[in-house]
Write a new protein. Structure first.
Length: 388
């Protein structure tokens, strides 16, 4: 029997392993606590109260290293631990140190975007995008919070070295320690202004892309130094109906960076996947050309046709995900519906390998019993040779 990493790598490479690997996107704190037990550190009450507001409004930005980073690191560690405990073969082991407390109502990313601090509906702290913090080329040059790429890489190495030591035998830990070049620029410059800057401020765009490429490259290499075999980069390029930007423009802007990023992973014998929300039908050929071995998420709520993509790109591009979090993995679905959806996806996507079955995204409303059922059904019916 293959170990989890062998199983995942074989599937990504287009071979049929002993069974279809079961993939976990990073788990929200609600499902994690159901598996591992409650923790006050993730509670929204820790931040959303008058006493905390007094301190956060005055010193929140100074507390990143001593408060925000340790709490977020604990949350990402527990997400990996919970995925292993649930029996997944692999997990997007996110390590996100980009957040700081801006004030009592606001998170900011070190790359220049602002978020409302909210409750996720289950008593846990979460965030909702508010808008850009970088409002001009001058503001980009003056932004004081961009991270030191080498220091971030060192932190990344320490995190994944620990995760590989603790869980590497039980689950294939996929590494993501930075966010996508395209999506980060949208968040930081604003969805409305970003395309304007693309045309009117090419120097700004070039500098920002170079910075984000360096962050991605160095954190990817640090994770591989720690023993990670599969890199999981994320960059949202599409709405539910299609690309946010002309695909040719995306290729001109971001293709060179991503070709270098994927080449660096492949040169070290690794595999690299891309998470990208929405309907990427017009982007998949570019993702393949950029060097990605596969993609997540094939959201069922978008217009992407997973059966079509298996036929057209399934011999070159591994499909990851497919199981909806809008209904199938919630308390509203029946057990029969979960099993039948798993079997349908296995019939469509599993032949010939290049398929990792799992949720299309994270969501705090995912029902733990349905997650467990998805995992067990995938293991039962996903054995090769398939007999569905």
């Amino acid at each position: 029997m293959m170990n989890p990493t062998e199983r995942v790598v074989a599937a990504i490479d287009g071979r049929e392993p002993d069974r279809v690997p079961v993939f976990s996107y990073y788990l929200d704190f609600g499902p994690v606590q159901e598996v591992l037990g409650k923790s006050f550190l993730g509670s929204s009450k820790l931040l959303l109260n008058p006493v905390s507001a007094f301190f956060l409004n005055r010193w929140g930005r100074r507390l990143k290293k001593i408060l925000t980073d340790p709490i977020s690191t604990m949350m990402w560690r527990k997400s990996i631990e919970a995925a292993a405990a649930l029996g997944f073969d692999c997990v997007n082991g996110l390590y996100d140190q980009s957040f700081m407390v801006w004030d009592a109502k606001t998170f900011a990313r070190f790359t220049g975007s602002l978020y409302d601090i909210v409750d996720d509906g289950h008593g846990n702290t979460w965030y909702m995008y508010r808008g850009p913090a970088i409002t001009s080329p001058a503001a980009f040059d003056e932004w004081p919070h961009f991270p030191d790429p080498d220091a971030l890489a060192q932190d990344t190495y320490r995190f994944y070295r620990e995760m590989m030591s603790l869980y590497g035998d039980d689950i294939c830990v996929m590494a993501q320690a930075s966010f996508g070049i395209h999506e980060t620029m949208q968040w930081s410059l604003g969805f409305e202004k970003f395309p304007v800057y693309v045309r009117r401020e090419p120097a700004l765009i070039k500098k920002f892309i170079a910075l984000l490429e360096e962050l991605t490259m160095k954190t990817n290499m640090a994770a591989m130094d720690a023993g990670v075999k599969v890199i999981f980069n994320g960059d949202d390029f599409a709405f539910k109906t299609g690309p946010m930007m002309n695909p040719k423009t995306c290729d001109e802007l971001f293709g060179p960076s991503y070709r270098r990023i994927t080449k660096a992973v492949h040169d070290r014998g690794g595999r690299v996947l891309l998470h990208s929300c929405g309907d990427n039908t017009l982007m998949f050929d570019y993702f393949i050309d950029w060097g990605f071995d596969g993609g997540h998420a094939y959201e069922n709520t978008s217009n992407v046709d997973i059966e079509h993509e298996k036929r057209v790109h399934g011999d070159r591009f591994t499909i990851v995900g497919g199981v909806g979090v809008d209904y199938i993995l919630t308390a509203r679905s029946t057990e029969e519906e979960v099993v039948e959806e798993v079997k349908r996806l296995l019939r469509v996507c599993a032949p010939g390998g290049r398929f990792l079955i799992g949720p299309v995204h994270d969501h705090p409303d995912m029902d733990l019993s349905k997650i467990r059922l998805m995992v067990s059904a995938a293991k039962e019916y996903g054995k090769y040779p398939l007999s569905l």
